[in-house]
Design a protein around this ligand. Structure first.
Ligand SMILES: O=C(O)[C@H](O)[C@@H](O)[C@H](O)[C@H](O)COP(=O)(O)O
Length: 263
């Protein structure tokens, strides 16, 4: 698979979905511990979806779990389902059950996107705008604003992807994929239920130091191959998910089945 060079993505293929999730958990522990050793704190953007949550489950059970100082980790989400807080579809609820409720995290450093029965009621635009304000404030306080994009300089931003090429809650040919100024948007009528969501936009995603794409299964093989072959982001949003410093595709053999080997 391709080797890291500049903005070229790194592609790492694991035998199956479970080894992939365990390997990503180990990689994430090391990356966050390195960031904390370097600058005293670290930040991660979590993703929903089966692979993303499986990684958190492996993190929870890892013997190296406490290599990360959980009290100095800032946690954000790349997207969220705009449903009541107690709804099992909430990415935050799933992340807390898988990991966050089991580690000594500093709750003031955990930044969930609003639920539909919280401060903004059932107004996803207000909830999206409020999260953009949280990101901007975090950028100012950490004085790591990434230039024009008012978000913190996320150390690792995790993303899953759909078979048709969505990532976070950015779907093909949608208003969200064409958004080039807002950092967070409300998304309606999503093909993947539930229909209403909040999502980082591609400019916000591309402000991350590292973007890791996590996926498994043959249903994702076309999207993976097209993205790595340079598809345009409007028709395949995941193709636009790139880190400032590094982009890493962490996939299993089934999802890698149609990737053209690099010469
Ligand atoms: O909230 C969501 O639904 C996710 O953010 C979404 O982008 C997910 O990561 C992909 O749809 C992959 O999901 P699976 O890993 O379950 O295929």
């Amino acid at each position: 698979m391709s080797t890291p060079s500049g903005t070229e993505p790194t592609v790492v293929v694991h035998p199956d979905a479970d080894v992939l999730a365990a390997a990503v958990a180990a990689r994430l522990l090391s990356s966050l511990a390195d960031a904390q050793a370097r600058k005293g704190h670290a930040s991660v953007v979590l993703t929903g979806g089966g692979t993303g949550i499986a990684v958190l489950e492996h993190l929870r059970h890892s013997p190296a779990r406490d290599a990360v100082d959980w009290s100095r980790l800032d946690v954000y989400w790349g997207d969220e389902r705009f449903v009541p807080a107690a709804d099992d579809d909430r990415n935050e609820k799933q992340a807390r059950a898988a990991l966050l409720d089991h580690v000594p995290i500093d709750e003031s450093r955990v930044h969930p996107m609003a639920a539909s029965d919280a401060a903004f009621g059932d107004d996803p635009d207000a909830a999206a705008s409020a999260y953009a304000d949280v990101l901007a404030a975090s950028a100012r306080s950490a004085s790591t604003a990434t230039g024009a994009v008012r978000v913190p300089s996320f150390d690792v931003l995790l993303l899953g992807l759909g078979g048709e090429g969505h990532t976070a809650s950015i779907f093909p040919a949608s208003p969200a994929v064409r958004e080039n100024t807002a950092t967070v948007v409300a998304v309606r009528d999503c093909p993947k239920p539930p229909p209403t969501r909040l999502s980082l936009t591609l400019p916000a995603i591309r402000a991350a130091e590292e973007v890791w794409l996590l996926t498994a299964g043959e249903a994702k093989a076309d999207a993976v191959a097209l993205a790595l072959a340079g598809a345009d982001e409007v028709s395949l949003p995941v193709a636009g998910a790139k880190g400032k410093r590094r982009t890493v595709w962490l996939i299993d053999r089934a999802a890698a089945a149609k990737v053209q080997p690099t010469r």
